[in-house]
Design a protein around this ligand. Sequence first.
Ligand SMILES: [Zn+2]
Length: 234
Amino acid sequence: MRKIDAVWSLQDIDSRAEAALTTAEQLRSQIGVRGALDEREAEIQLAEAALRVLAAEQRDLELKAEERRAKIATDEGKLYGGRVTNPKELQDIEHEVAQDRRQLSPIEDRLLEILDESETASEQIRRLQSALAAATRSWEQEQELARARLASAESTVRELQEGRGTALKAIDPAFLPSYETLRRQKGTAVARVGQRTCQACRVTLTPVQEQRARQGNDLIMCHSCGRILFVPIR
Ligand SMILES: [Zn+2]
């Protein structure tokens, strides 16, 4: 095994650990976040509040209608009861009844409208509730999946951390500072060479550079991007 192979193995472990850490971080940011479910619940609460307003208006109008009807009944009792005989007084009562009926009519119309509106609002609430229930079920499934994937990513990270300890022992300690510095600066420290080209920056290497990199027992850097060159051998 060439010295460079141990560095390449370390980079492979570090890259996979980084990917697993990123995945775990993304999953942690998803877990417990209800997002759209809270919006749906707020929508239902608004619809329920609107329904309560309608119900209050209905109670209020029913009281008013009841008062009018009672007054009309009393006045009609006077008109047809025979105890009032004075024509002027009878005419006044007739006017009074007519006026009360005129006032009762729009109240009754509005009460019918309210029945209609309440029915529509109740239906909408039932629809929203059933959509919320379905969304909650799929959210719970997603959460369960996210928790399972998080556990798996965390266990991958732990395994790779152990593997890193082993990989470090195989590395020439003189190589480590360059590896760590390049990794910090560039994300990847080691660039694979394919068809005499640095696969990180695509620059073409000279045959001598490639030959030295292929031997793999010294750190040969790409003259363009500065990364450690790794030539795979079969
Ligand atoms: Zn390069």
